[in-house]
Design a protein around this ligand. Sequence first.
Ligand code: TYD
Ligand code: MG
Length: 395
Amino acid sequence: MALRDVVAAERERLSTGIGELDNVLGGGIVPGSLVLLGGSPGIGKSTLTTMVLANLHEAGRRTLYVSAEESAAQIRLRAERLSVGALGIPVIAETDLDSVLATLEAERPEVCVIDSVQTLHTMELSSAAGSVAQVREVAAAVMRVAKALEIAVLLVGHVTKDGALAGPRVLEHLVDCVLQFEGERERTYRTVRAVKNRFGSTNEAGVFEMRDDGLVEVLDASARFVGEATRAPGSVVLCAIEGSRPLLVEVQALVSSSELVPPRRVASGIDRNRLALVLAVLGRHAGIGAGSADVFVNVVGGIRVDEPGADLAVALAVASAVRGVALGSGDGQPLACFGELGLTGELRSVAHADRRLAEAAKFGLSPVVEPGAHRTLRSAIATALKAYDRTALAA
Ligand code: TYD
Ligand code: MG
């Protein structure tokens, strides 16, 4: 039989009731699919999945929340904060895999949350819950039952900072979709992105804010970050791409003398090795060395920007901090930029330049310092610092 003759039933997707999440999933939950939601402890996985079930429950879907981590009373307390609808979700607190599978067969929910894959365990294996063998076995068994009964499963998994520990990594090949929940527990903003999706693109990302009554979609993230940008020395605005969407975020740097050998290099929101590379290029090709000073770089709001386009923002923020001058355009707007740095000091173009520029223009940030206007880091820095001089003269 040729593929064209294969009947692929296009089943209607289930909306989670959360627009940003539906987007990331590729248009909602595919019935019978297995979605893995990974994230560090405290990021909001249980909150998000409870909200999803509450919405589905209110839309008349059969749901089930399996918690192997918290007692039913604890889950109730969370649900009370979220919505009245959340209190209607059927819930079981159970750590034994066989009991969970039996409940699935008896209840036959359309959508079920398993929180978490690391805390369920099967008696058949002697290893501890959370070990690689257990996690694999639990996920495989859940998948067999879920596929047979057409139950869509949201599987919650803990990831440690470096993605280690018998975490979701070992399950990525097994599930249909892997969502990553990122951000820092202490901070307000979190992003959800798909790192694998059999039923949609992996280019989507959603931004959320943790409030007292649950996670709220942030639809005007750029406006907020630009509005809050400090415009002080060490601050620039990066035209980033989150998924396929442009996002303006503030990147800050602090450079201060240090007694430590070697000095500290602290990066949050960007890769540490990338920071090291940018500092090396900055010193070697633009004559701005951090030397033996401590360097701290932070992407404001707990957003992570793991993309090469962030290089120039880091470089300009550090340059601005070293020189102690604020960067910006003449009319008091922060300086916007993006671009990748090459090892020879050249500025390299990155994907979606047009979208980044359009987003900056939307907020009146121009001109943008970017590879289309500058071939080298040296030239970009000269322009950025000169823009400052004009501001100073005008003042
Ligand atoms: P949680 O969803 O339990 O995180 P995870 O399941 O990923 O470990 O919630 C994380 C934190 O969010 C928790 O410290 C309490 C806080 N929180 C709020 O701020 N508002 C809320 O409405 C809820 C339910 C939790
Ligand atoms: Mg939890």
